[in-house]
Design a protein around this ligand. Structure first.
Ligand SMILES: Cc1ncc(COP(=O)(O)O)c(C=O)c1O
Length: 453
């Protein structure tokens, strides 16, 4: 029995898979309600990434220079969670892609490196971004340091306070990190005036990072997003494409169940999109995005056009959303506290290609502890959502007496997230059910925005 399946550098996938070739998306809209043109995004993103964002080519070559950076940790291992299987006494075979082995500790560098590289090609000097849990900010700082770019990160205040060492990681790679809302931007200052004690949100931090980019009159500062957009999903598909090759080495043609946690959707897209391609072509696979019950974007949100940020600076995207003014409870899975969902993941859910699930944080921490005491690793609180669903599915397979193959994405380690573990172990955490009134409030706020055709 193989517990680790490794690929040689020569076996790394050389093209990304673009789901936009296989499912039809409605276009993002500008402030005038008309479909966005590439030029209208040029203040924020470099044209080479805008082209990728709008591309419907099925396969896109990965430049050699990007692969040369990724070889530091890719191809990432596919591991079999036999120790957890034994503890659960399940007939299921549980495999997981271990994205925690990247320098920053998560899947995020897969797109950070690609985005920094395309920006560098374009002539960008400074990159701005937001970060929730700090994983994305660390990943971008790492990528910028390798490519000689400056990096400015707006980190959601609650995470900034809970995870001070993330800031140190960013600074070690040469990045600058500000607690958001900050006084660095007009939008941040306004939020702080109105809500001085706000825990912040990804939506506000995005607004700040976009403002910091577009206010550079020389045009050499650009904005990067760590999730949600099509090109980010694209860069992450290397995860699922590697997993396919690794499963094939074991003689497994396809998993029965695929599981990933979802914040903006990118690690889930990474593991699942290459298999959604197979599902569209007739394979039977259950594909489960898992979100926090306190921020239930796909399971309870609205499918409509909404802004990606709180201040309404981004284009309108057709997606599942809890409304751009939604400020989620300060749960420890900071990277899952986002009001929206990637348009590609949203459309896949709309078409029934994926079956979303929400889980409360206590069940997730319980699962993460079981994982740590069987498999060994201490996972990020975001990842614990995928683990909780994996355990649910493994126990279901036991009940049904089926030898299912489950593939999960282990999106990151939790070495910087120990405060959450300590609060859970001390019994200080509780679950939070989002009241229906909050969804109704979002519905009322979104009613005047354009509706899908
Ligand atoms: C470890 C980890 N997993 C998952 C996520 C959620 O993001 P996404 O849905 O884009 O993968 C984050 C975001 O910060 C993260 O740090």
């Amino acid at each position: 029995m193989s517990i680790k399946v490794l690929l040689d550098e020569s076996e790394i996938p050389r093209q990304w898979y673009n789901l936009a070739a296989d499912i039809k998306l409605q276009p993002p809209l500008g402030p005038d309600g008309k479909p966005l043109t590439p030029e209208s995004l040029a203040a924020v993103f470099p044209m080479n990434l805008i082209e990728q964002e709008m591309s419907t080519d099925r396969w896109i070559d990965i430049p050699e220079e990007i692969l040369d950076i990724l070889y530091r940790w890719r191809p990432s291992p596919l591991r079999r969670a036999v120790y957890l299987e034994r503890a659960l006494k399940t007939p299921a075979k549980i495999f997981y892609k271990d994205e925690s082995v990247s320098p920053a500790g998560s899947h995020k560098p897969n797109t950070a490196v690609a985005q920094a590289w395309y920006n560098k090609q374009f002539g960008t000097k400074v990159l701005t971004t937001e970060t929730g849990a700090g994983q994305w900010g660390s990943a971008l700082s790492f990528a910028c340091s390798l490519l000689g770019l400056e990096c400015k990160v707006f980190m959601v205040r609650i995470s900034f306070d809970q995870k001070p060492f993330r800031k140190v990681m960013m600074e070690t790679w040469g990045g600058k990190c500000y607690a958001s809302p900050s006084t660095e931007t007009e939008i941040g200052s306004k939020f702080l005036e109105k809500y001085p004690d706000t825990p912040g949100s990804l939506g506000i931090a995005i607004s700040e990072a976009v403002e910091a980019a577009v206010s550079d009159k020389q045009g050499t500062t650009k904005y990067t997003l760590g999730s949600v957009l099509n090109h980010v999903m694209l860069h992450q598909t290397i995860i699922g494409l590697e997993a396919k090759k690794q499963l094939a080495k074991l003689g497994i043609k396809k998993p029965d169940v695929i599981i990933g946690c979802v914040g903006g959707g990118s690690n889930f897209a990474g593991i699942s999109f290459p298999f959604i391609h197979d599902k569209i072509n007739g394979e039977q696979i259950e594909i489960i995005p898992v979100e926090p019950a306190s921020c239930p974007t796909i399971t309870r949100g609205l499918f409509t056009y909404d802004f990606g940020d709180s201040a309404g600076m981004t284009p309108l995207l057709l997606m599942y959303t809890l409304g751009h003014n939604f400020i989620p409870e300060p749960i420890h899975a900071g990277g899952l506290r986002y009001h929206g969902m990637a348009p590609l993941v949203s459309q896949a859910a709309r078409e029934g290609l994926v079956t979303p699930r929400s889980i409360h944080q206590l069940e997730c921490y319980k699962a993460a502890i079981q994982w740590a005491r069987t498999e060994g690793g201490i996972v990020a609180p975001e990842t614990s959502h995928a683990i909780a669903a994996t355990i649910q599915e493994a126990l279901k397979a036991k009940e049904e007496g089926k030898e299912k193959v489950i593939l999960m994405n282990l999106s990151g380690h939790g070495h910087m997230d120990l405060l959450g573990y300590s609060r859970y172990l001390a019994g200080d955490l509780k679950d939070y059910e989002l009241p229906q009134e909050d969804i109704e409030k979002a519905e009322a706020e979104l009613k005047d925005l354009p509706k899908p055709a």
